[in-house]
Write a protein that binds this ligand. Structure first.
Ligand code: PEP
Ligand code: MN
Length: 335
């Protein structure tokens, strides 16, 4: 349930509502909005009686929250959220262009690509230091050495960095080095990892599971918000279907559905959806036309020599073409 306060409600009236909520054994979560404060009522097992709060001073209205993902839902927070990755805003009109290699492979590789994607217009650098690989015999990432390279990339280029966390053991390290912590497809329902992410002081990029419904994905995000971290960006990266012309199938329809259901920003990763380079540009244009809040694209200066995901990585000049084209699409419906 959501208790919406009057625009001119005093701090005292807000405190009084919180006290009433807590006195009934529920958790009160004040949510500052553009014009007025709302107070979310959480941890109720059954329905909360509206009349208990409707008559309190300063209360404008009491709205039932019908969705199971309460804090993530638009009912709970009607305005779009803005998430800050370093000094880059994502969501509510702020478009985030994230680019970089699948994995950090060396200092030279990461710095070379970072300079190239920055020159083309990327605002955030990506690169995995811990890689979830299907085969245990393939490159598993540079680990801590990779995180140190990412730190250097940030220092040299000024770009904030996003990198994946795979487990609780390395969470503190990744949190210390990253500007945003990626939780990958294979970990979307790793509930202990989601709980730890809820305690993190860095934003979380939560990828959709390979076969997750949107409800399951939003419930996963709910774990992070429930833990106390409301800085979550959702990332659609294709789901597993019967087709074999692409690695996965990009679910563009996730964009309007998530935007209807949730206030959290949603970005698109066309690279893991496609699995092949030549689909990345058209999928990126489509994602921007469907009003995604950003893109995350894999780019490599020598894709043929990449240690992971070379076949879906764009050459830097293709990425430059992508930024020009998606900017044109973006501007075409914002005039
Ligand atoms: C990645 O971003 O490199 C990655 C492994 O992504 P996903 O979890 O979407 O497969
Ligand atoms: Mn990858």
């Amino acid at each position: 349930m959501l208790i919406v306060m009057e625009q001119n409600a005093t701090d005292e009236q807000i405190k009084n509502v919180v006290t009433h909520v807590e006195a009934r054994g529920y958790t009160a979560k004040p949510i500052p909005g553009g014009e007025r404060v709302s107070i979310g009522v959480l941890n109720n097992q059954g329905a909360v009686e509206r009349s208990a709060f409707a008559g309190l001073d300063g209360v404008k209205e009491v709205i039932p929250v019908t969705r199971p993902y309460k804090q993530v839902s638009r009912e709970f927070h009607p305005e779009d959220s803005v998430v800050r990755i370093g000094d880059v805003a994502v969501g509510n009109g702020h478009f985030a262009l994230i680019a970089g290699p699948c994995a950090v492979e060396s200092r030279e590789q990461a710095l070379t690509i970072a300079h190239q994607v920055k020159a083309a217009g990327a605002k955030i650098f990506r690169g995995g230091a811990y890689k979830p690989r299907t085969s245990p015999y393939t490159f598993q990432g540079m680990g801590l050495a990779g995180l140190k390279v990412l730190k250097e990339v940030r220092e040299v280029t000024g770009l904030p960095v996003v990198t994946e966390v795979m487990d609780g053991e390395t969470f503190d390290l990744v949190e210390a080095y990253a500007d945003a912590i990626q939780i990958g497809t294979r970990n979307m329902q790793n509930f202990s990892l989601l709980k730890r992410a809820g305690k993190a002081r860095k934003p979380v990029l939560l990828k959709r599971g390979l076969a997750a419904t949107i409800d399951e994905w939003l419930m996963a995000a709910e774990y992070v918000l429930e833990g106390g971290n409301n800085q979550v960006v959702l990332c659609e990266r294709g789901v597993r279907t019967f087709v074999n012309h692409s690695r996965n199938t990009l679910d563009i329809s996730a964009i309007p559905v998530v935007q209807k259901e949730s206030h959290l920003p949603i970005i698109i990763d066309p690279s893991h959806a496609a699995g092949v380079r030549d689909q990345v540009l058209p999928l990126s244009r489509a994602a921007v036309a469907a009003e995604a809040h950003g893109l995350m694209v894999e780019v490599h200066h020598q894709p043929d020599h990449a240690l992971s995901d070379g076949s879906q990585s764009l050459y830097p000049d293709q990425f430059a073409q992508l930024t020009t084209q998606v900017r044109a699409v973006y501007e075409s419906f914002r005039q």
